[in-house]
Design a protein around this ligand. Structure first.
Ligand code: DHB
Ligand code: FE
Length: 279
């Protein structure tokens, strides 16, 4: 059966794409952010994933406000990046892992999750930039299965439901009849709000408590309603739902391998964690 080798959770911000394109990794503004990924590169050398299941939220590239699935799984042979209108260079396409995708879709629909299945899908900065942070040469050594959670148009799925989705994804991956090594990647957050009266809002205390909870009390965030999460983490900070699903996929006990937290990158409190399943 397939093995989950670990989880990586990271913020995604379009400005990272511009920094990569302009080689600004050592620039004083960017260094504390990019330096956080060196231990991840080391960890990946031993973790050696073949496949990455990516929890992320599309921002209007593949799904627009007229048609917005709550949960969607990609089952495409390949995923291209496309113009998001931010002026960031497009990254090379990502090969899809279709066998796992259909196994996940069967298992999740079998577990009463009403999914949208996507046999064609373009991917935005929330998938491409974390992949480029993990593999800076952009020669992807892995195949991917994208899992989208709507955090863009209300109503959003609850933290409780996203945790349950993560658990179901974990069970499905572990029951995949394959010897492949699977990484779970969750992108978004941490606290940020891009618009409205509280534009620029960041909540360091909440972010740090949330990161701690993923190790010691992984259901902690499920006590909060979506409006409560927006209040604590900002309108776009609810992207932390991807972190919650990622953690849930890893099973009961985990060990924290690495973390980085830096304020701000663009308007966002940027966070990064590597967690391994234990037991
Ligand atoms: C920013 C953050 C995001 O999560 C995003 O999707 C777009 C922009 C920002 O901080 O600029
Ligand atoms: Fe985002």
């Amino acid at each position: 059966m397939a093995k989950i080798v670990g989880g990586v959770t990271t913020s995604h911000v379009p400005a990272i794409g511009r920094a990569i394109a302009r080689d600004l990794q050592a620039d004083p503004y960017w260094k504390p952010f990019f330096d956080g990924y060196a231990p991840v590169h080391q960890w990946l050398e031993t973790a050696r994933p073949d496949v990455v299941v990516v929890f992320y939220n599309d921002h209007g590239l593949n799904f627009f406000l007229d048609k917005m699935p709550t949960f969607a799984v990609g089952a495409a042979p390949q995923y291209s990046n496309a113009d998001e209108g931010w002026g960031i260079p497009q990254l090379p396409p990502f090969p899809g892992e279709q066998d796992l995708a259909w196994h996940l879709i069967d298992a999740l629909i079998g577990a009463d999750f009403d999914l949208t299945t996507c046999q064609e899908m373009v991917v935005d900065h929330a998938l491409t930039l974390p992949m480029a942070l993990l593999w800076p040469d952009q020669k992807w050594p892995v195949r991917i299965v994208p899992v989208c959670i709507n955090t863009v148009q209300f109503p959003l799925p609850s933290a409780r439901r996203c945790h349950a989705l993560g658990e179901a994804v974990g069970r499905a991956v572990r029951s995949w009849d394959s010897d492949q090594r699977v990484l779970i990647l969750g992108t978004g957050g941490l606290s940020h709000q891009l618009d409205g009266e509280r534009a620029g809002f960041i909540n360091k205390d909440f972010d740090l408590a949330f990161m701690d909870s993923l190790v010691h009390d992984p259901r902690w965030a499920t006590q909060f309603s979506i409006p409560e999460l927006v209040e604590k983490a900002g309108t776009q900070g609810v992207e932390l739902l991807m972190w919650l699903a990622t953690r849930a996929a890893l099973g009961d006990a985990v060990a924290e391998v690495h973390r980085n937290y830096h304020i701000p990158i663009s308007n966002t409190a940027s966070g990064l964690m590597v967690i391994e399943p234990r037991g």
